[in-house]
Design a protein around this ligand. Structure first.
Ligand SMILES: [Zn+2]
Length: 320
């Protein structure tokens, strides 16, 4: 059975609607990145294609193949950037083909909020007269980018962040050791996908490296400048993760400095580092550091020149 962690209320709403025979032909699932939109969509697909009486049974051939992502009548479309009118034509053709096996198919469109306005208007025709054998599920982080005319033709499921405790319990249920489960759920921001990414050994190495580079950054030794710059350049593809690690460290140092309570810290395995830095960094400096990091992160998000943004970050930090 496909497990949608922590989204019980939305699952229940879906099942109730389905049992009453009131499912729409088109859906939007919205919520932050990593919250479980794709898993929720596959749960729905499993329900729709399941051949048992108690849907989704999790054991029939359809349920198993939906779970393993190899059912020919579940089509996933994941565009990289924006989706224009031409892409929508191709998409509509796919939607209008007959199912391969059974009498229904499910089309999952990831990143539906990347469809341009013109694209959405073109897609509207397909949504107004969808083939009866097809369910369309659109996934969107930012539902505000989707036209009202599209939204009004869809049933909408909104997935929210979940309590840290639920993330932790889930990690333990998949055999993550308790200490790590506590740490990663602390850092997950209530998003299961974040916690799962942290299980990757490469993330853990990146986090350790970022912590030691951050320690060097706040010591402001000009001799370290090149080394720190090289670290950022080498991790350009993971820069968001690097900044998030630094932001959560600054947060912990601030919290510890003002409460002296380890239990209020998220990075529970870095308490020594947090304590040491809380002694040398003033509140004012911490605020300034946070501001510089957030600024740089924002500039890079807005496609500023990466190298210049990093150099300017390091120069600003030396002036703190
Ligand atoms: Zn089934």
């Amino acid at each position: 059975m496909i497990k949608v962690v922590g989204q019980d209320a939305q699952i229940e709403l879906f099942l109730k609607t389905a049992d009453k025979g009131m499912l729409a032909h088109s859906f939007i699932i919205t919520g932050p990145d990593g919250v479980g939109k794709s898993v929720f969509a596959r749960f729905m697909a499993s329900y729709i294609l399941c051949t048992s009486k108690n849907k989704p049974c999790g054991v029939c051939s359809n349920c198993i193949r939906v779970k393993n992502k190899n059912h020919p009548d579940v089509i996933e479309i994941a565009p990289k950037n924006s989706i224009g009118v031409d892409d929508i034509r191709g998409l509509s053709e796919k939607i209008n083909t007959k199912p391969y096996e059974g009498d229904r198919k499910v089309v999952i469109i990831k990143g539906a909020d990347f469809i341009t306005i013109q694209g959405q208007n073109a897609f509207l025709k397909t949504l107004e007269e969808p083939p009866l054998d097809t369910t369309i599920i659109m996934l969107a982080e930012n539902i505000n980018l989707i036209l009202d005319t599209i939204k009004s033709r869809c049933q909408i499921y909104k997935l929210n962040r979940i309590p840290i405790e639920k993330v932790k319990n889930y990690l333990i249920s998949i055999n993550v050791e308790e200490k790590k489960a506590e740490l990663f759920s602390n850092l997950s921001d209530g998003i299961i996908g974040n916690a799962l990414k942290m299980l990757d050994n490469r993330y853990q190495i990146l986090r350790d490296e970022t912590c030691s580079v951050f320690t060097k950054m706040v010591q402001f030794n000009p001799l370290d400048f090149m080394m720190i710059e090289d670290f950022f350049t080498a991790n350009k593809d993971n820069i968001e993760a690097v900044f998030d690690i630094i932001i959560s460290l600054i947060r912990d140092i601030s919290v510890f400095k003002n409460t002296l309570k380890e239990t209020h810290c998220l990075n529970i395995d870095k308490i020594d580092l947090i304590r040491n830095l809380s002694e040398v960094l003033s509140n004012e400096k911490l605020n300034r550091l946070l501001e510089i990091i957030l600024n740089t992160k924002g500039n890079i998000d807005k496609n500023a020149n990466f190298q210049m943004a990093i150099t300017s970050l390091l120069l600003s930090m030396q002036e703190v």
